[in-house]
Design a protein around this ligand. Structure first.
Ligand code: F6R
Length: 612
């Protein structure tokens, strides 16, 4: 939930660190700080507030150090404040540390260190780390070049929880140490310099060559060398991976916000996610090889994810059940992992996660694996943590998603899942070939159809101007239109702070209709000709009670009292969320803009939820 950057080279570190933090700010933005080594002493500068608040600190531009660590915080332990911001130091100011993750046993470690005479200046879990390193460093009588490395290793073996940590020491101004466990961290390889970051896009403008770290690996960086060690400090070798994303994919370009850019990138994201998968008669998905006998043996498919990714899973449930006739259960990762789910070797489980770093989703996958389920991870980030745990990893190719509110990742996930459903169906041979080939044609048309929908954005913008001051809204739909309504409702909540609920349209009169009052806004989605009449009847019930209704539909409907109708192109109802979600994303976006909010960095949220 926090962002980490590091630099070691021959340039002044502080501008590189702050620039990296600005790009990682979507991961946390309640305080920020940097540490560099200035003439053999560690210099720490930190402030409460956004990364830009660092520029208010006197002397920040005078930092000359060419080695440094930096952090943007999303508070977990200890409220946002200068004292609680990172970097944290040990009592002797010999070590400085930035940390992303949670140290679960920090209370015990604090007690232990207090008994040994250490004091604590913050309320964070992190502050135990530099003091623990100092404690082990002092205990070690062997003053060789690996003394700091050994102290870090010993400190880490005391830590329970998740962490990505960067360590700077005044005892060695030519080295930096980093370590990760269950928290993301990558090393960018430069020429005579090396970079560290929580994610790839933040340092893409400096390098395209990366080392991806596995859990419990410790890294010692110097200007010209990166050395990797396992948890027992045995040296290991790691390959460099070149990343194909261009630096501009992590820039806003001509757009006012990343979210708007990402909404408009959806045709491209879908085209790239489809790639060559549908080019031949037989559907092939790179990274996946499941045989017919195995798919036939399945008694159930679980789809596990959080937030928007879970909403993509709800759409996939309908697709899989329709095409493969296998029961599908969709669950929220944080629930699944603690409810002893009924899984065995005949249960396939699929994990959807844009970042590939969501702690609950990764834990759910590990649980299912321990119960002998085969696991497929669907991620947008090559080499992300989940892809190193799953039996199979398949990728959406949406490009970096920077805005906290997910848009292009959702539509890409729905498409990849639809193709996955077709892959299973083709192997099973149960579904009419014509159904599959028609669905294929419909999928291939989607990018152009999204472009069509984007053209109606002005109409949605005008509607946003009418309703942005409201306190509550409702999103209704049936079948996949209900699933996509949940996503529309979440988008609105996240970035406009308007309370909203989504309901299955037929469920309204079983309670929630009591909340419908004069002038309330209701958004109804209708993309299935078999259900449209039913949905229209439900919506009449709210129009009669004074609701202002925006209809998103691919059907020819009469305007029986709708405030506005947004017409979207017709497609197979199974994949219609890829089109119907677009007006909802645009609506949330323009409401947020009308309210003058920070669209890309909504309050209290962070892009990547690497803690439980
Ligand atoms: C909402 C949103 C979140 C994420 C959720 C899972 O716009 O982005 O609900 O979908 O935190 O994140 P990933 O997909 O990275 O596992």
């Amino acid at each position: 939930m926090c962002g980490i950057v590091g630099y070691i080279g021959n340039k002044k570190a502080s501008p590189i660190l702050i620039n990296g933090l600005l790009r990682l700010e979507y991961r946390g933005y309640d305080s920020a700080g940097i540490a560099t080594i200035e003439e053999n002493e560690i210099s720490v500068m930190k402030n409460q507030g956004r990364v830009n608040s660092l520029y208010e600190l006197e002397g920040i531009n005078d930092l000359k150090g060419t080695i440094g660590i930096a952090h943007t915080r999303w508070a977990t332990h200890g409220k946002p404040s200068k004292e609680n911001s990172h970097p944290h130091q040990d009592n002797s100011n010999s070590f400085a540390v930035v940390h992303n993750g949670i140290i679960e046993n920090y209370n015990e470690l604090r007690e232990f260190l207090t008994e040994k005479g250490y004091n604590f200046l913050s309320n964070t879990d992190t502050e135990v780390i530099p003091n623990l390193i100092h404690y082990y460093f002092n205990k070690d009588e062997n003053n060789d070049e690996n003394r700091i490395l050994r102290a870090v290793k010993s400190a880490c073996s005391d830590l329970i929880g998740s962490y990505a940590i960067e360590i700077l020491s005044k005892y060695n101004k030519n080295n930096m140490i980093v370590v990760r466990k269950d928290s993301p961290l990558v090393i960018g390889k430069g020429n005579g310099e090396n970079y560290i970051s929580s994610d790839i896009p933040a340092i893409l403008s400096y390098t395209k060559d990366f080392y991806l770290l596995d859990d419990n690996e410790i890294v010692k960086l110097s200007r010209n060398k990166v050395m990797f060690y396992d948890e027992n400090l045995k040296e290991i070798q790691k390959p460099v991976k070149s990343i194909e994303w261009g630096a501009s994919s992590a820039e806003k370009g001509e757009y006012a916000d990343f979210m708007l850019k990402e909404i408009y990138e959806q045709p491209k994201a879908i085209r790239e996610t489809i790639g060559a998968k549908l080019d031949n008669g037989i559907i092939e998905i790179q990274g996946l090889s499941l045989d017919r006998e195995y798919i036939k043996s399945l008694n159930k498919i679980y789809i596990i994810a959080c937030g928007t990714a879970m909403h993509a899973g709800l759409v996939a449930k309908t697709i899989f059940e329709k095409l493969c006739k296998i029961p599908v259960e969709v669950d929220i990762a944080s629930e699944f992992r603690y409810r002893n789910p009924l899984i065995d070797e005949n249960t396939l489980s699929i994990y959807i996660t844009q970042s590939g770093e969501t702690a609950d989703t990764i834990a759910a996958l590990k649980l299912a694996k321990s119960k002998k389920s085969k696991t497929i991870a669907i991620s947008n980030v090559i080499g992300s943590s989940i892809t190193r745990e799953a039996d199979y990893s398949i990728y959406t190719h949406a490009g970096p998603e920077i805005a906290v509110a997910s848009t292009k990742a959702y539509t890409s996930q729905v498409i990849l899942l639809a193709i996955l459903g077709m892959y299973f169906a083709q192997k099973l041979g149960k579904t009419d070939k014509e159904i599959i080939s028609n669905l294929k044609k419909d999928i291939l048309q989607l990018p152009n159809q999204i472009e069509e929908v984007l053209k109606s954005s002005d109409k949605v913008k005008q509607f946003a101007k009418k309703v942005y001051k409201e306190k509550d809204m409702f999103f209704l739909g049936r079948g996949v239109d209900y699933a996509v309504s949940m996503e529309g409702s979440l988008k609105l909540k996240e970035i406009s702070y308007i309370h909203s609920e989504s309901y299955a349209a037929g469920e309204l009169k079983h309670g929630p209709i009591a909340l419908i009052e004069n002038n309330i806004t209701v958004i109804i989605t209708m993309t299935n000709s078999k259900l449209v009449e039913k949905s229209i009847s439900n919506v009449q019930e709210v129009i009669t009670r004074g609701a202002k209704v925006l209809a998103i539909t691919s059907e020819e409907i009469k305007n029986n009292g709708f405030e506005e109708i947004i017409k979207i192109p017709k497609t197979n109802p199974l994949i219609s969320p890829v089109l119907s979600v677009i007006p909802m994303q645009i609506l949330a976006y323009y409401i947020s803009k009308e309210k003058g909010l920070d669209v890309d960095k909504p309050r209290n949220l962070a892009k990547s939820v690497t803690v439980e």
